[in-house]
Design a binder for this molecule. Structure first.
Ligand SMILES: C[S@@+](CC[C@H](N)C(=O)[O-])C[C@H]1O[C@@H](n2cnc3c(N)ncnc32)[C@H](O)[C@@H]1O
Length: 403
């Protein structure tokens, strides 16, 4: 049956006909072409979505997966597909997953046009290492220099979809309760091997924010590496905590859930903190939102700094293609300024924690060394670097105290 007929029949029955796999690939090609012309990935998807009222929720999810998958593997897929275009990427991606290309590139109905003889041939040259790692050349050099032996595994992890992790909120219950509640909503999860209170979602992830455990504040979406970092802050009941770059409050919530501490959230953008009161209420914790810090001091100050996001590029693959050496240097300079400013807010005997979701030395250890050389009175008390993998995203934490 022709696609239009199927659509007509479906409309008469009051349902939406699913797009064919080939039509989804054709849609992904269009979205990827918009990305190539400089449009951010989310904007390009939204544009397609608005112009494709016929697409159902499964179609939208499938096209999104194809686009994100393609953009994560932009270099290697374009190499295998023979062109730096949406079509080239999709051909290369489907080759990588050993999909039968002739079944997709049929030119029938809404399918993409049949392959040209050049497209049908496998690439003549072997890709170089940065192409295989799906990174720009300069970044692959940095990965090798900064991460060493584990650079390849880290880069490869960024080529795949990220696992989804949940944080169990101890104010609302324990991991057993969370797992039971999730299961009753059809969500399967398992405890993280090493990070206490972290659950990896195995299936049903699209139901999480509609489920009971989420509504009751028993769980929050938070990557396992970020959870691991927040568990390292030596909080004691009665202490004060300042989250200086709080954004939507993910770290502030994790800290407030751990102990009876008075948490203040601050961010240069008040709009980013808009949801914190509702999130805190759901989690059963109190977080004060402060637009100005004045001379406030706290026992723990956290700087979860703006960064390249290099540890999380599988969630935001546009980042790895956009970052430039000077953009990276700008991040490092901003991070240093934020750290310097944060020292003024640390109470006597308190500690200063610095976090990024990056794996790059310039933003992490180099910034730590520069901080210590600028502030002779401070010492490094703790350091953690995690790399992206099945266990979580790339994440860095350093904690300083006055010596
Ligand atoms: C990595 S994000 C924080 C994520 C957040 N902590 C969370 O867990 O969801 C960095 C944040 O730093 C904020 N920021 C940038 N410059 C800042 C500044 N000068 N002072 C305070 N916050 C700043 C940004 O608005 C952004 O929300």
């Amino acid at each position: 049956m022709a696609k239009q007929d199927a659509g007509h029949e479906a409309a008469q029955e009051g349902r939406v006909a699913a797009m064919t796999p080939a039509a989804r690939v054709a849609a992904a090609i269009g979205v990827l072409d918009d990305c190539f012309s400089g449009m951010p990935i989310e904007k390009a998807l939204l544009r397609w979505s608005r112009g494709s009222r016929y697409a159902g929720s499964k179609d939208r999810a499938a096209v999104r997966d194809l686009v994100f998958g393609g953009w994560r593997r932009r270099r290697s897929a374009a190499h295998e597909g023979g062109a730096e275009t949406g079509r080239g990427i999709m051909i290369g991606m489907l080759r990588q997953t050993e999909t039968e290309l002739d079944h997709i590139f049929t030119g029938q109905d809404h399918a993409p046009a049949p392959l040209s003889p050049d497209e049908a041939a496998s690439p003549a040259t072997r890709p170089g290492p940065a192409v295989r790692q799906d990174l720009p050349d300069w970044l692959w050099d940095r990965f090798e220099a900064d991460i060493g032996e584990e650079a390849e595994a880290a880069a490869q992890a960024l080529r795949d979809r990220a696992p989804v992790y949940l944080r169990v909120n101890p104010r609302r219950g324990d991991a057993h309760r969370a797992l039971r509640s999730l299961a009753s909503d059809g969500i399967e999860a398992v405890a993280h091997d090493e990070v206490e209170g972290a659950l990896r979602v195995v299936s049903g992830e699209r139901a999480i924010t509609r489920g009971r455990a989420f509504a009751e504040g028993l769980i929050e979406l938070q990557d396992a590496s970020s959870q691991a970092a927040m568990l390292r802050l030596p909080l004691r009941d009665g202490q004060t905590v300042l989250d200086m770059c709080a954004g939507g409050g993910g770290k502030a919530l994790a800290l407030a859930g751990r102990a009876d501490v008075a948490v203040t959230a601050h961010d240069i953008s008040a709009a980013r903190m808009r949801d914190i009161p509702d999130r805190a209420a759901r989690a059963g914790v109190r977080i004060k939102v402060a637009e100005k810090l004045g001379s406030m001091t706290c026992d723990h100050v956290l700087v979860d700094a703006p960064c390249s996001g290099s540890g999380t590029w599988r969630r935001d693959p546009g980042g790895k293609w956009q970052l430039t050496p000077s953009g990276l240097a700008d991040f490092a300079a901003l991070q240093a300024r934020l750290l310097d400013a944060a020292t003024r807010h640390v109470a006597p005997g308190g500690s200063l924690s610095y976090a990024t979701c990056s794996v790059l030395r310039e933003e992490n250890d180099a910034n730590v060394a520069a901080f210590l050389s600028r502030h002779s009175g401070w010492i490094l008390r703790d350091r953690m670097q995690r790399l992206p993998g099945q266990d979580g995203d790339g994440f860095f934490l350093a904690r300083f105290e006055r010596g």
